[in-house]
Write a protein of this length. Structure first.
Length: 349
């Protein structure tokens, strides 16, 4: 038996919201575009009316009327990697109370997909764009340079910022992780990582430079994958490395997911960490302190990158309008020393 079709209510208009809230249409428009200019009590009445009427704001008309979209565009490399989850949470916490919506696109570690995302986002007339990479395609870079809005490149550092660059030296962080293992007396130090993005490549390059400086470089100690990393991959790459180098006494993992996979694989093989194998990760994700043993790793200030990016954007578009004097901001990194590494039994020569 056919059910009678439910009568659809006509789409609500701005004037309907104003009437329901008992305010003028101008006040409703102001609350939608610049919520900080409306008192909290009035904003609550307007929000209630909007919900009651299922009102859908006309974004295109709002942008044309005010030349403001209140949208911040963000392109991240992954939506499944915990690094970017923390980063996005910090951006939302900064922008949403100020009346901005964060529009997120995923590049899936592909410069071409990042380029497509940038084209789409710029078509939405965002107030600013925040990117989690510093190596854009030539076309994407040209678009960004002529966009007329704040552009923040984060995570890595570049000598040629498009506008403002906030990050760390991924290369130097790789050097620090490797030197830590060398200073503990380890000599057969392997690396497992990925080369599908510039950050991973720079960490591997840092490892190679540190090993060469110590006279320890050996290509058989390197196991790198061309695809994005997973926990499972960490165990698989360690297995491949051990086939070639069963004498391995330490391993630097290009990120904490890989390191967690190494810990699991070592448990399966009865390889004692850190007594038989010291392990260092990268990023200091939340679980790193709670693994068994707790993971030594490079701590990256990703939340600080996000917060500072938001502060600079807000200052430019709602404050003084001035860019910071320093356009390349290095936030640095540190070694979070835990139980997954220990001094080797051999003396350091």
């Amino acid at each position: 038996m056919d059910m009678p079709r439910k009568q659809r209510r006509p789409r609500s208009k701005l004037s309907d919201v104003a009437e329901r809230a008992g305010v003028s249409a101008v006040t409703v428009s102001r609350a939608l575009r610049r919520p900080e200019m409306v008192s909290p009590l009035l904003r609550e009445r307007i929000d209630t009316a909007i919900k009651d009427l299922a009102y859908i704001p006309n974004r295109a008309a709002s942008i044309l009327a005010s030349s403001r979209s209140n949208v911040i565009g963000v392109v991240v490399s992954s939506l499944s990697n915990g690094v970017f989850a923390d980063y996005l949470r910090a951006l939302h916490d900064m922008f949403q109370p100020k009346g901005f919506q964060v529009m997120v696109f995923n590049s899936a570690y592909s410069p071409q997909e990042e380029e497509k995302a940038i084209v789409t986002l710029l078509g939405q007339r965002p107030e600013a764009l925040i990117l989690t990479d510093v190596d854009q395609t030539p076309y994407a870079r040209e678009l960004l340079e002529h966009s007329g809005i704040p552009i923040i490149q984060t995570m890595g550092l570049t000598d040629r910022p498009i506008d403002i660059n906030i990050g760390i030296s991924q290369h130097d962080a790789g050097v620090l992780a490797t030197r830590h293992l060398i200073e503990l007396g380890h000599r057969r130090i392997g690396i497992i990582g990925t080369n599908h993005d510039s950050r991973g490549c720079q960490r591997v390059a840092g490892y190679v430079d540190a090993m060469q400086a110590a006279g320890l470089h050996d290509e058989t100690l390197i196991e790198v994958s061309p695809i994005p990393s997973t926990v499972k991959m960490g165990g698989e790459l360690l297995g491949e490395l051990l086939l070639r180098r069963p004498d391995l006494d330490a391993v630097f993992c290009g990120n904490d997911d890989l390191a967690l996979g190494v810990l699991f694989e070592c448990a399966r093989r009865d390889i004692a960490i850190p007594h038989a194998l010291s392990v260092v990760g990268f990023n200091d994700l939340e679980f790193a302190a709670d693994t068994h043993p707790a993971l030594t790793t490079i701590a990256v200030p990703r939340r600080d990158m996000a917060r500072l990016s938001a502060e600079i954007v807000l200052e430019i578009i709602r404050g003084s309008g001035q860019r910071p004097k320093t356009t390349r901001i290095d936030l640095g990194f540190k070694l979070s020393l835990r139980a997954s590494t220990q001094r080797s039994g051999r003396s350091i020569s």
